[in-house]
Structures are given as structure tokens and as C-alpha cells.
Design a protein around this ligand. Structure first.
Ligand code: GLP
Length: 242
């Protein structure tokens, strides 16, 4: 596991963006596994800037996102599809028909999940998977559980995740209670993983995930078993790592 520590959010975002850019340069037709949440926004801003300067070309890139709220359509401004369009896809030359996000509007969860697993398989798997981390150690929307889930599945969001995500909604009742998420098995199959974290509120879970016991109660702890993980955080998020 490689760990890079930037002094603040800005520097951390730049380091993360450089790793994603390197992937695109080394393999222009790569499959990027992308993430939402506030942490990757700065990295996406850097990628957009470098694209505009002519230093990056997304024309052959395929992307698969980690997760989507169940029940939200892509044009709902709280959906993760909307987030991806707004923060990245609308500003670079990626072919939108090759950007995939689970279908939040599919009410049949078995169908939504198996279709998404089929898409990930058909694009040949993920070359570089970007991950944020929840305060309880969730990655994607894989919440603490009794076992690690393999493929895409429908999850009931925990109270702490609903609490953390309510800042993006008008009222807490508006936060969807369920989501479709890539499974831990799929995340672990990515060739490379890039985990980003920022802020003192993530310090404890970062230390626990990277150095504590590997357990489905701390989903991100499984990353200790992946052989190509890069962690990029700022000093605050790094502060409890020994
Ligand atoms: C959401 C997303 C996760 C993300 C997490 C942390 O729950 N499903 O993919 O990692 O939030 O978000 P933030 O970066 O805003 O702390």
C-alpha cells in the first residue's frame, strides 16, 4: 500500500488527480471506477482543468460509478448521475454513452444489480477504482455488515450515512433510504485502487481501516488485502495513522 499525504485538501486533490491522469495517459481506453461524495470533487476539478489545457483526452475512457440512490432519476440534482455530469462528464470529452451509473429508477433491485454487474463485466472490469470513505468505513455504499458482499446489491443506508448525506438535501426525510452499490468483490477485482480522504473527521476511520483488523464491520479494511492500493489524504485525515 502506498500512502501520499498532501498538506491540505487542495494538495491532496492534486495528487489524486495526477494518479487518475497517469492512468488515462498510460492506457487511453481505460475503465475508470468513479466515486461521488465531496472528497473527489477537487480531483475532478483538476482533471477538467488539465483537459481544458489540452493535456488530457477522455475520448476513449469508459467509466463505471460505484453507486446510485434507489428511486432517483439521473436528472434529479441529488442523484449520483447528476453529480458526475456536473462535476466531470459535462466538462470533458468523455463519450457519455460509455459512462455507467447503476439505474436508480429500476424498481426491481435484482434486475438493476445484475444488469450493472453485466455492464462491468462487458467493459472488461475496472483498471483504476477511485474510492472515498464514509465515517463508518463504508466504500461505495457497502455499509458495515456481517459479511462482505460480492456483486452489485441493494443496501439499506445506515442512520450515520443518512445523517452524513443529509447536508446535500433540503431535509433529512428527502435522503433516499436505499441505494444500489457495487459490491466489495467487484471493488477488490479492480486492478488498482485509489482511496481519497480529507479532514480530521476521517482520521479515525482511516487509521482503523488501514491498520485495524480486516472485518466487514469496517468495509474499507478489506483494502489491506488488495495488492495495488494507493491512499491519498491530507494531513488532517492522516493524523491518527501510526
Ligand atoms: C457517500 C458515497 C461514498 C463516499 C461517501 C463519503 O456515502 N456513497 O462513495 O465515499 O459518501 O463522502 P464524502 O467524501 O462526502 O465524505
Amino acid at each position: 500500500m502506498k500512502i501520499y499525504c498532501g498538506k491540505d485538501y487542495k494538495e491532496m486533490s492534486r495528487i489524486a488527480a495526477k494518479i487518475i491522469a497517469a492512468q488515462i495517459i498510460m492506457k487511453p481506453d481505460c475503465v475508470l471506477g468513479l466515486a461521488t461524495g465531496s472528497t473527489p470533487v477537487g480531483a475532478y476539478e483538476n482533471l477538467v482543468e488539465w483537459y481544458k489545457q489540452g493535456d488530457l483526452d477522455f475520448s476513449q475512457v469508459t467509466s463505471v460509478n460505484l453507486d446510485e440512490y434507489r428511486g432517483l432519476s439521473g436528472d434529479n440534482d441529488q442523484s449520483y448521475r447528476y453529480f458526475m455530469n456536473k462535476n466531470l462528464f459535462d466538462h470533458v470529452n468523455i463519450d457519455k454513452s460509455r459512462t455507467f451509473v447503476p439505474n436508480g429508477l429500476e424498481p426491481d433491485s435484482g434486475k438493476a444489480c445484475s444488469e450493472y454487474d453485466g455492464i462491468i463485466e462487458s467493459v472488461g472490469g475496472v483498471d483504476l477504482q477511485l474510492l472515498g470513505i464514509g465515517h463508518n468505513g463504508h466504500i461505495g455504499f457497502n455499509e458495515p455488515a456481517d459479511e462482505f458482499c460480492k456483486g452489485t446489491h441493494c443496501v439499506d443506508l445506515t442512520a450515520s450515512t443518512i445523517e452524513a448525506n443529509k447536508r446535500f438535501f433540503e431535509k433529512e426525510e428527502d435522503v433516499p433510504r436505499q441505494a444500489y452499490t457495487m459490491g466489495i468483490g467487484t471493488i477488490m477485482k479492480a486492478k488498482k485502487i485509489l482511496l481519497v480522504a480529507s479532514g480530521a473527521d476521517k482520521a479515525e476511520i482511516i487509521a482503523k481501516s488501514l491498520t485495524g483488523p480486516v472485518t466487514p464491520q469496517v468495509p474499507a479494511s478489506i483494502l489491506q488485502f488488495h495488492n495495488d492500493v494507493t491512499v491519498v489524504c491530507d494531513e488532517a485525515a492522516f493524523s491518527k495513522l501510526k
